[in-house]
Design a protein around this ligand. Structure first.
Ligand code: 5RP
Length: 220
């Protein structure tokens, strides 16, 4: 927890007055939202957009006003967590199921800052099942197409029910074990009808990676 918090707080130190900030989703992003809230209470003036209903809610509780996307011409920085990070800074995201909105924010941000604790660092992506957001329509067919890519895919459930994203879609969790070529898999997933978004985020999207370590160090 402290390592996630330290990484998130370092990221928030890059937020300055007047910036438009994209808020990620998950426990590490939550630390960033809380730190931003403290900043706002101390006089920091920002506009914020959120990658999930949960993050929007936390932001409002922390005293951060949420801006409508239509009122914005840019996002300066988005701060978000990740489930796995490889040595090239390719990512698996979507553990909380917010991958589609997270990717839209990341793609449209001048800077995408990724905040993780050291437990997220891996030599090769794939141990964490890759979340893929899929349309509910004919989900069984899409699931079969995903399996043909070499994974064990299953529809995510929560509390005995199918997990439904903020966009009213489903999530397929795809266990590849090892993703030998993230770039190749990215292209294959991008071509599949029914796939609304994938949890692979390739390195060119990442502007800065901040890692919190259990011994208190923060690498930036
Ligand atoms: C949510 C995400 C999160 O950033 C990812 O799951 C990491 O979560 P946490 O910070 O709780 O470890 O991609 O969709």
């Amino acid at each position: 927890m402290e390592a996630k918090r330290a990484a998130a707080e370092r990221a928030v130190s890059y937020v300055t007055d007047g910036m438009v900030v994209g808020l990620g989703t998950g426990s590490t992003a939550n630390w960033a939202i809380r730190a931003l809230g403290e900043g706002v209470k101390a006089g920091l003036r920002i506009k914020a957009v959120a990658s999930s209903v949960a993050s929007e809610q936390l932001a409002l509780e922390a005293g951060i006003a949420i801006t409508d996307f239509s009122a914005l011409s840019r996002i300066d920085v988005t701060i978000d967590g990740a489930d796995e990070v490889d040595p090239e800074a390719n990512l698996i995201k979507g553990g909380s199921g917010a991958l589609l909105r997270e990717k839209i924010l990341a793609y449209n941000s001048r800077q995408f800052i990724v905040v993780v604790d050291e437990a997220k660092l891996v030599d090769t992506l794939g141990k964490f099942p890759l979340p893929v957001e899929i349309a509910p329509f004919a989900a069984a067919l899409t699931l079969r197409q995903l399996q043909r890519l070499g994974c064990q895919a299953s529809i995510r459930h929560q509390g005995g029910e199918r997990f439904v994203t903020d966009n009213a879609n489903l999530v397929a969790d795809c266990s590849f074990g090892i993703i030998a070529s993230p770039g190749k898999l990215y292209e294959q997933l991008a071509l599949l009808p029914g796939v609304m978004e994938q949890g692979l985020f390739l390195q060119p999207m990442v502007s800065r990676l901040i890692i919190g370590y259990l011994d208190g160090r923060v690498e930036d």
